[in-house]
Design a protein around this ligand. Sequence first.
Ligand code: CAA
Length: 257
Amino acid sequence: MTYTTILTETRGRVGIVQLNRPKQMNAFNLAMLGEVFDAMEVFDKDETIGAIIVTGNEKAFAAGADIKEMAEVTYAQMVVEERVRVWDRIRGIRKPVIAAVSGWALGGGCEFVLACDMVVASESAKFGQPEITIGVIPGAGGTQRLARLVGKQLAMEMVINNRTLTAAEAQQFGLVNRVVAVEGYLDAAAAFAEEIASRAPMAVRMAKDAVNAAFETTLTEGLAVEKRDFYQLFATEDQKEGMQAFIEKRQPNWKGK
Ligand code: CAA
């Protein structure tokens, strides 16, 4: 498929989607939103891919929704078009999604990162929800995911008073898994993703499902999801292979079945 606002590549078992509107700081217009999620869904269905990276460029992961495209939109159009619903498609991706962030991750860009499963940040990464400065609030999950992740007080400060987090702060508050040098940040993220992609595919899928349940259900329901997923894995060849390989002191050969 030919894309106009993103680039895609594969490295081993890792699918990479790169946001590519550098002149607009990778602001999400509707075209880019559509292409990003289409590309992610293509990688999600591809059996040769085990993990997906979404990245931007060194200066900007993404500076949010495209303000110029949104400025004249009416309430009725917002309701009918449901622009921010597109972000919900990240939740539907079943393989692990890793955000590789350098520079600005603002507004919808920060919300995109919050919806990913893991985050590798370069030392220059900056995270924030500046919607308040343009008279609105985060609309793509920011108030909810941020509050669950960093707690109420910091989320309030970020959303109400445009507090921006450095990469080091984001790591301290649990928004980022690892911080790496700006130079080679995508290579570092790709190595991390390759490690994840080499793990038992069915178990990875169930693990993602179960951890997500922790944020979306009660403890009782979440424990039930975990138990169901755990039991289901005993119906897979990979469970037999993984345990046998341990006993035989060799590396497992995963089949994804
Ligand atoms: N939408 C549209 N265009 C944007 C943009 C955005 N979100 N962010 C940057 N751009 C454009 C600028 O207008 C500028 O274009 P021109 O050269 O044509 O003037 C170009 O990208 C470069 O930007 P700057 O000159 O501003 O670059 P800078 O280095 O001085 O600042 C920045 C970078 C801090 C990211 C700054 O551009 C900025 O603050 N951007 C807006 C961030 C923002 O408010 N995001 C929230 C959007 S609303 C949202 O996301 C809602 C939601 O919850 C889904």
